[in-house]
Design a binder for this molecule. Structure first.
Ligand code: FAD
Ligand code: FO1
Length: 426
């Protein structure tokens, strides 16, 4: 278990259980806690560990063991498989480079069959498309054509008929957390509780209280109609399949439901598609040729403002709206979706090169966002800074033909003063 940290609606876990039952063997879930993960801090590790503790608790009555390994997955997983004389290994799907490298190395070091099951995408990434898609409009019809086939409930995990008999060692969670060698200067957040239960509760309250307003108000950071599900989806505390099924069956009207599912399914799966088929998803080389060409042509354009990483990180620019968005991310751990575009585009405008802009945006996003280090983040940044999944727009300084977003446009969309009152100057 790696990306999909839950027991319900988890096709990877269900597939492993089916195999174990077929072979009349016990089943164990293993999570390997890596010594570091893409700049994650205690904010994200704390959230994840609490969720994993709930996974351990939920597996016990099912007769399924839970093991937390600590160290490099490429060493610890093969060692563990050998130690318990495992017959099969199942893993969830993840398009990120780091995970794919882990898997390749594990596959090379073990002798048992190794299966990968996409428990994160509704239409599995490889099935949705065999290549990198140009934009949402090219992926959408491919997904829509297959959606009915995949939009089906996942069976519940059974009480396992062949329980794990070896003496269990409950994970010493407090010790594990205290021993983490990660940056603790970015504090944990208390407004969102981790785990499967809280994730389902958040989904129910979104459907009841916000969904009907989602279509018309989602671009307004003051209206608070977003689902706030992204941290849960990122850590796999809830399955997009469950979210889609619940939203569909409760939906106020077709247009609203379709609007939400466009984000949850098409945009999210487009991000997995981009990261899976483009190994350079997090750098300038991964941008489309037209965007690299136009950004190269405008490399030497005068920048109206240039800021160091320190100034950006501390929200010390001339732009109160940008500073407020940065502050929301640093303190709250989740910036509103609409402002994320503006935030990233300004980093392109205010740093010396598109390479530095991407690096800076990814660093800040991954460090502070609870949902950072996700294909959605790398793709959102590549969209904002490098025109990925977008088209060419009228040419202008610095951006070239990459879509520009000025503060006047943004200010016309929502109550900026209200947002500034909440997140401005601290
Ligand atoms: P809702 O509006 O309630 O959407 C529900 C779900 O739909 C989201 O949780 C997400 O899974 C999906 N979704 C919504 N918008 C997008 C989108 N544009 N692209 C892909 N999927 C989408 N998302 C992350 O999960 N992690 C990130 O690190 C991240 N960084 C981003 C950085 C930039 C520069 C940009 C432009 C976007 C980024 N996004 C990221 C995408 C999007 O902004 C967030 O998914 C969304 O704001 C999460 O809040 P929510 O769950 O309340 O959204
Ligand atoms: N996955 C793991 O398998 N092991 C880890 O130690 C680990 C740490 C981690 C920390 C922060 C974070 O945001 C994610 C982390 N993940 C870890 C992976 C995560 O579950 C996601 O699968 C990917 O980040 C996105 O696909």
């Amino acid at each position: 278990m790696s990306r999909d940290q839950r027991i319900s609606d988890n096709w990877a876990l269900i597939s492993a259980q089916r195999k174990a039952i077929e072979l009349k063997q016990p089943l164990a879930v293993v999570f390997c806690l890596a010594p570091g993960f893409l700049g994650a801090t205690v904010r994200q590790y704390g959230f994840m560990l609490r969720g994993l503790e709930m996974v351990e608790d939920a597996l016990a009555p099912k007769g399924i063991a839970f093991f937390l390994l600590e160290g490099e997955p490429t060493r610890e997983i093969p060692r563990f498989l050998k130690q318990v004389r495992a017959g099969w290994l199942y893993n969830d799907f993840d398009p990120l480079r780091i995970k794919r490298t882990w898997k390749e190395e594990v596959a090379g070091a073990i002798r048992v069959p190794f299966m990968e099951v996409d428990a994160h995408n509704i239409v599995p990434c490889r099935v949705a498309s065999p290549k990198q898609e140009w934009a949402a409009y090219t992926l959408r019809p491919k997904i829509k054509k297959q959606l009915d086939e995949w939009l089906e409930s996942c069976p519940p995990l059974k009480k396992h008929p062949y329980p794990w008999t070896v003496e269990g060692h409950p994970v010493p969670w407090e010790r594990v957390k205290a021993g983490l060698k990660v940056d603790r200067s970015v504090g944990e957040v208390s407004w969102l509780l981790p785990g499967e239960g809280p994730a389902k509760k958040a989904l129910r309250s979104f459907i009841k209280e916000k969904l009907s307003k989602y279509g018309e108000r989602k671009k307004d950071p003051g209206s608070n109609v977003q689902s706030d599900l992204s941290p849960y989806l990122h850590f796999g505390h809830i399955s997009p399949l469950r979210v889609a099924l619940e939203v569909k069956s409760s939906g106020p009207d077709t247009e609203t439901v379709e609007g939400f599912l466009e984000e949850l399914i098409v945009r999210r799966e487009l991000a997995d598609n981009f990261c899976f088929y483009n190994p350079e998803y997090d750098n300038f080389g991964g941008l489309p040729a037209w965007a690299r060409k136009t950004l190269n042509r405008h490399r030497r354009d005068a920048r109206p403002y240039l800021y160091t990483l320190e100034k950006l990180e501390n929200a010390r620019t001339h732009d109160p709206l940008w500073n407020a968005a940065q502050t929301e991310m640093v303190h709250h751990g989740k910036m509103h979706g609409y402002l994320r575009m503006y935030w990233a585009k300004k980093i392109l405008e205010w740093t010396p090169s598109p390479e530095e802009a991407m690096e800076t945006a990814i660093y800040l996003n991954d460090r502070y966002e609870l949902d950072g280090r996700d294909p959605n983040g790398y793709t959102g940044i590549a969209w904002s800074i490098g025109g990925v999944h977008d088209r060419a727009w009228p040419e202008r300084p610095v951006f070239g033909k990459v879509r520009y977003m000025g503060d006047k446009g943004v200010r016309s969309k929502f109550d900026v003063q209200g947002y500034l009152r909440k997140w401005g100057e601290r």
